[in-house]
Design a binder for this molecule. Structure first.
Ligand SMILES: Nc1ncnc2c1ncn2[C@@H]1O[C@H](COP(=O)(O)OP(=O)(O)OP(=O)(O)O)[C@@H](O)[C@H]1O
Ligand SMILES: [Mg+2]
Length: 346
């Protein structure tokens, strides 16, 4: 079997803080093939951004411990030298950040900032890079791109900054694109344009995409596979169809139930998973989800409290319920309660 284009194995990322060690990612493994899209979902604080910043080597090594393996196209990244990572970033791997202001400098024009990585990685002239930057701004839907390229980020609206950052990420045709909530701040029409642009890029260049979003509609539209994260680990993984149509983890059931549908009436209150995510300083023993789980008694004994369920390599959920129990509970108890049509998202 050929190895995956991106392979993450038993990844652990922890931060030393004044309060103690925060275990933000704790034993995470996944694969992504060329030309495919992996959607990552999970509550705030589950480790989605930390995982992806680790792939890019963007954590401060003074406060961060990274263990495990990240292999991209045969190259091991957790032990790579900063100069090698520097070569990868913006070129082979690009990221669209959650917050555009963190990626754009206030001191340079937008055009220059988009042109810069292109010059650096392709050796193009300043003039050619500027032309390409203007072209990219046009592609992401900025009107009058030749003029707007001369603006500074503060002269752009939030949505325009987001699009500028997307232009910057795409300018070198990366092999791996990490998109962290890339369209959340955009209106629906622009969002659709950007998603189409990403799909075109993928079709043309075989780009692999990691797509982080809270929007299951977007996941259903964009992703091949889904990974559901909880408290620093993957608790369920499978194809979009499998996970959205027959989810097998109690947390995923709660998540599906809490997602608003695109056409939902906004006055309908959401029903989020009761309880709060655990502390990453002192995570609960056993299954990290057990304090919020309504199905522990069906497992029997004390297993959920004492034994951490593991995720098998392929289609899987990290839960001690048997496969038969997961199926029956979903069909009999969960599915009928989901908002009408939710199960048809895929
Ligand atoms: N540099 C850091 N130092 C200490 N703790 C951190 C650091 N970066 C992230 N964390 C913690 O790691 C956990 C995971 O954070 P992360 O940003 O990955 O969450 P997320 O899943 O991306 O959430 P969101 O949906 O809100 O973006 C959080 O508890 C966060 O507070
Ligand atoms: Mg995040």
């Amino acid at each position: 079997m050929t190895p995956a284009f991106l392979s993450v194995r038993d990844l652990h990322v922890s931060f030393r803080t004044e309060d103690g060690v925060v275990r933000a990612v704790d034993g995470l493994s996944f694969d992504l093939d060329q030309g495919k899209t992996l959607g990552i979902v999970g509550e705030s604080g589950s480790g989605k951004s930390v995982t992806n910043l680790t792939i890019l080597g963007l954590h401060n090594p003074l406060f961060t411990t990274v263990e495990g393996e990240i292999v991209l196209d045969g190259q091991e990244l957790t032990t790579a030298h900063e100069s090698e990572l520097e070569k990868l970033r913006g070129n082979k791997v690009a990221m669209i950040f959650q917050d555009p202001l963190s990626a754009l400098s206030p001191y340079y024009t937008v055009g220059r900032q988009i042109a810069e990585p292109y010059m650096k990685h392709t050796g193009a002239s300043r003039k050619a890079a500027w032309k390409r930057a203007v072209e990219m701004l046009g592609k992401v839907g900025i009107p009058h791109p030749a003029e707007r390229a001369k603006d500074y980020p503060h002269q752009f609206s939030g949505g325009m900054r987001q699009r500028a950052m997307i232009a910057m990420a795409l300018i070198c045709d990366p092999d791996l694109l990490i998109a962290d909530e890339p369209t959340t701040a955009l209106d629906v029409t622009v969002q659709a344009q950007i998603l189409d642009l990403l799909k075109d890029l993928q079709r043309e260049f075989g780009t692999a995409i990691i797509f982080i979003t809270h929007d299951l509609g977007v996941i259903a539209d964009m992703a091949d596979d889904i990974m559901v994260m909880y408290a620093g680990g993957a608790i369920e993984r499978g194809t979009v169809r499998e996970v959205l149509r027959s989810p097998r983890h109690p947390y995923t059931w709660g998540l599906l139930n809490s997602m608003p549908r695109l056409d939902s009436d906004l006055s309908t209150p959401l029903s989020p998973v009761p309880g709060a995510p655990p502390s990453l300083l002192t995570p609960p023993p056993g299954c990290r989800f057990h304090p919020r789980c309504a199905f522990q008694d069906r497992v029997g004994g004390n297993r959920c409290v004492t034994e951490r369920p593991l995720l098998a390599p392929d289609r899987a959920s990290a839960c001690h319920l048997t496969a038969q129990q997961k199926h029956t509970i979903f069909i009999d108890e969960i599915k009928p309660r989901l908002r009408h049509g939710q199960e048809d998202t895929a």
